[in-house]
Design a binder for this molecule. Structure first.
Ligand code: URA
Length: 253
């Protein structure tokens, strides 16, 4: 692949922006400063760095996306825009997938990773990875709601029935017509948060995921923006959702 194409497909800028980076001597390929935007590079094998940051070969990539409303959380869809359409095609080509699902109208932190096992562990109820949301609802919230969330709500609605695990509700602002709260849950049933509030008689009008375990959404990312996660951020996910024993054995084999 051409060097300028690789850099722009990794999200480093438009073709003309990345050519300017190359002209400025900021890009190195195979340990040497690159001068030719059209040089051929092997994205899977060559070391490519920008300002010393390794961009080229990486067997695993983790992305943090601030999911905007109006986009489906799915690997692909015949008709509707998906979160994968917000990323350069390199990620889909590597088999990256969203770790969990946010509703079409929900915004906020979504991890997209090429490590399928990690994606699975983040969403598995076995690991109890807490997810925190900011919610705006169309009615009052009070201490009775905090207690009901803590005790574990019984959900029974058109989508089915289940006993929700204990959740932490923190009220930020409350009035008869509109309230705002943070809620921390450790499971991810279909429309979980919306159904929990509905069970208390209010409707969610805006929902945004703030964190997954210890990983927080970077406040510098506007809705629709993304970046690769740092090693420290990836380590937070690994800590919160460590490999099962048999997976660890596989890794060491
Ligand atoms: N709970 C919901 O109801 N919707 C989401 O998108 C995430 C959690």
């Amino acid at each position: 692949m051409r060097l300028d194409k690789l850099l722009s497909s990794l999200g480093e800028g438009t073709r003309s922006e990345v050519r300017a980076l190359i002209r400025a001597g900021r890009v190195r390929v195979r340990e040497e400063t690159a001068r030719d935007a059209g040089m051929q590079v092997d994205a899977e094998r060559d070391s490519v760095t920008l300002d010393g940051r390794e961009l080229g070969y990486k067997s695993v990539r983790h992305v943090m996306l601030n999911k905007p409303g109006g986009v489906l959380t799915a690997a692909r869809d015949a008709r509707q825009r998906t979160v994968m359409d917000l990323l350069p095609p390199l990620y889909a080509a590597m088999g990256a997938m969203p770790a969990g699902r946010l509703d079409k109208d929900t915004e906020g932190l979504l991890v997209i990773t090429s490590d399928g096992q990690l994606a699975h562990r983040i969403i598995s109820p076995r690991h109890d990875v807490g997810k925190e949301y900011f919610a705006r609802v169309d009615g009052p919230l009070g201490e009775a709601d905090v207690r009901a969330f803590e005790e574990g709500l019984h959900i029974s609605d058109a989508d089915g029935e289940f006993d929700a695990r204990s959740a932490v509700l923190t009220i930020l602002r409350a009035s008869q017509t509109e309230s705002e709260a943070r809620v921390r849950v450790t499971e991810g049933k279909y429309h979980q948060v919306k159904r929990m509030f509905a069970a208390r008689g209010v409707r969610v009008t805006y929902l945004k995921r703030l964190s997954i375990g210890a990983l927080r959404l970077d406040p510098a990312l506007a809705p629709g923006q993304w970046r690769e996660m740092t090693q420290e951020e990836a380590a937070l996910l690994e800590q919160d959702a460590p490999p099962e024993e048999d997976e660890q054995e596989d890794k060491h084999a």
